[in-house]
Design a protein around this ligand. Structure first.
Ligand code: ADE
Ligand code: ZN
Ligand code: ZN
Length: 280
């Protein structure tokens, strides 16, 4: 083998082994879907296995970032990952807030959850692509639980707020998508998202499951409630002490990590509940 080939292969091995993260990063979505899949009824589990693409090897978690990878190929899907709310108001209102930048109603994360839920209800005799519907729904149930995916309009959910995560320059949105999770994985979970997910899952009580699943009579109410919880967490925790150029370190990390872990747990439990109600 030539030395340039060798360098290339070493490079491939390095990037294959590195935990790449972008949007709730790959790790956040992976953990949410791993928790959800462990809580499916046998009927829902069979439907999910039937719909997953063959490359997934029956693993829902491996497909839960697919929606982020098609943002460019499907430009209409980009506004479906979040919902922006009026600056500093700390409330979410479907009719006021759930639209894309051209004002098309329903083009936000809550509208997307309701749309893909409706599509999946037509399983198995559907005119829709239910494999994509499942991968979108599993992803957007994660996004709606990321507090800054229901953030303020002017700063685009913290994307416009530069902060320092320990010594690294980044933005507040990335802190909540990836930095808190990566720091927790590295400090407590051997840098392994399976260990972190299973630990979060094992600490969920049956009282929490009943509370989290009780959210109104229709799935539309539920998704609206998840968005309201997120903007409240955004105001109480994410934006607090995180103004432009803020230096975030242990004080912020240790107080916000429990919020992130709770949101991951809730998203997993609620995704399972939703799929269990769809596939009966
Ligand atoms: N773009 C605009 N607002 C956003 C948000 N809240 N989350 C992610 N991307 C966004
Ligand atoms: Zn994000
Ligand atoms: Zn997303």
């Amino acid at each position: 083998m030539g030395s340039s080939n060798f360098v290339y292969i070493v490079f491939l091995l390095l990037i294959a082994g590195a935990p790449l993260s972008y949007a709730w990063g790959v790790d956040g979505h992976y953990m949410i879907c791993r928790i959800a899949q462990s809580r499916l009824t046998s009927t829902a589990s069979s439907a999910v296995l039937d719909l997953l693409p063959s490359g997934a090897n029956g693993d829902l978690a491996s497909e839960c970032s697919w929606a982020d990878n098609v943002r460019t190929a499907y430009p209409w899907s980009s506004p479906l990952h979040y919902v922006d709310t009026p600056d500093n108001l700390c409330t979410y209102d479907y009719s006021r807030d759930c639209h894309d930048s051209s004002g098309n109603a329903g083009y936000c994360v809550v509208g997307a959850i309701n749309n893909y839920t409706t599509q999946l209800l037509s399983y198995p005799t559907s005119r829709y692509n239910l494999t994509q519907a499942l991968m979108f729904l599993a992803h957007f149930m994660g996004d709606v639980h990321q507090p800054l995916h229901v953030g303020f309009t002017t700063d685009a959910g913290g994307n416009g707020i530069t902060v320092y995560w320990y010594t690294t320059k980044t933005n507040l949105h990335s802190v909540w998508d990836t930095k808190i999770i990566q720091t927790a994985m590295s400090n407590y979970y051997g840098n392994d998202h399976n260990i972190m997910a299973d630990s979060i899952n094992a600490n969920i009580t049956s009282d929490q499951v009943s509370q989290w699943d009780a959210c109104g009579s229709s799935s539309a109410d539920c998704a609206n409630n998840f968005a309201t919880e997120s903007i409240q967490d955004a105001c109480s925790y994410a934006y607090q002490d995180a103004s432009q150029n803020a230096k975030l370190n242990d004080t912020y990390f240790l107080s916000r990590k429990p919020i992130v872990e709770t949101r991951i747990a809730q998203a997993g439990v609620r995704l399972a509940n939703l799929l269990n109600q769809i596939f009966v």
